[in-house]
Design a protein around this ligand. Structure first.
Ligand code: SAH
Length: 265
């Protein structure tokens, strides 16, 4: 069977360098304690999957939206019935994949939907202890960078609230077929021990989104989009700052202040 024809709308860039494929797989479940339930998102022609198949510490399911790739995988590998799902990861009920058990995620993500993949994972963050993935380098950096960095943004804060994130290495355009326009980066996320943030989580999301959506404004100017007694916060040291200067902890603090002031009669 021929190679799968790359489809741009599915973000298909097939990795051709086997040593990089192996390095990505090696970064996942490094302790090799198992059996660890694992989802691979977008296996394509199986460049990562072939190394996952060799691992005794993993019990995995491959989720692939592209019918042609699914056919290719069936033809080239022996995959047990039910371990290869022809499905859209974004529509997958993550509680059902392993019957409510936890699972890690690995993949060379389709770059066009990488943020949506993370928002979907965040909805079930307690089920997902580890993610190892390749993304567009800029996005990978953004997710891994802390406050004070211009790359730090909404998704960095949301993810870093629940995950420790490491930038592992950069991958060049020319090891893909077809080559993407940008460099890629591999990151690893590990769930921290925060079960629940020390504040109203819904308000936290609102505060983070509101301030970053006007990221060049000071917090004092952007926070006024939220309904509470603004005068009560005017003198606070955060008011002169910009959102990219606040850590997750400081966003929690800010959320609690807003919460107190919105509940005041
Ligand atoms: N892992 C392969 C392919 C990476 S390209 C490699 O490294 O070579 C991204 C893959 O994600 C493609 O196979 C694409 O078909 C698949 N994909 C795109 N959108 C998807 C979605 N919503 N759910 C599952 N897979 C998806």
């Amino acid at each position: 069977m021929n190679q799968v024809k790359a489809k741009k709308n599915l973000g298909q860039h097939f990795l051709t360098d086997l040593s990089i494929a192996r390095k990505i797989c090696d970064a996942y479940n490094e302790e090799r304690v198992g059996k660890v339930n694992t989802i691979e998102i977008g296996p394509g022609m199986g460049v990562l999957s072939q190394y996952l198949f060799q691992r005794e510490d993993l019990r995995f399911k491959l989720i692939e939206i592209d019918g042609e790739s699914v056919e290719y995988l069936k033809e080239h590998f022996e995959i047990a019935e039910g371990d290869l799902l022809s499905a859209d990861f974004l529509r997958l009920d993550l509680k059902k994949v392993f019957g409510g058990e936890k699972f890690g995620v690995i993949g060379n993500f389709p770059y066009n939907i990488s943020s949506q993949i993370f928002f979907h994972i965040l909805e079930e963050k307690d089920l997902v202890p580890e993610v190892v993935c390749m993304l567009q380098r800029e996005v990978a950096r953004r997710l891994a960078s802390g406050p004070g960095n211009k790359d730090y943004g909404i998704l960095s804060v949301f993810l870093q609230a629940y995950y420790d994130i490491e930038y592992l290495f950069t991958v060049d355009e020319n090891v893909f077929n077809p080559p993407p326009k940008v460099k890629s980066g591999v990151i690893r996320l590990k769930r921290n021990n925060v079960e629940k943030l020390d504040c109203d989580e819904k308000l936290f999301r609102q505060v983070v989104k509101n301030t970053f959506n006007q990221r060049r404004k000071t917090i004092w100017n952007s926070i006024r989009g939220i309904d509470f007694d603004h005068e009560g916060i005017r003198e606070h040291e955060f008011m002169k700052k910009r959102p990219e200067q606040l850590s997750v902890k400081e966003f929690i603090e800010l959320t609690n202040i807003v919460d107190r002031l919105r509940n005041k009669e």
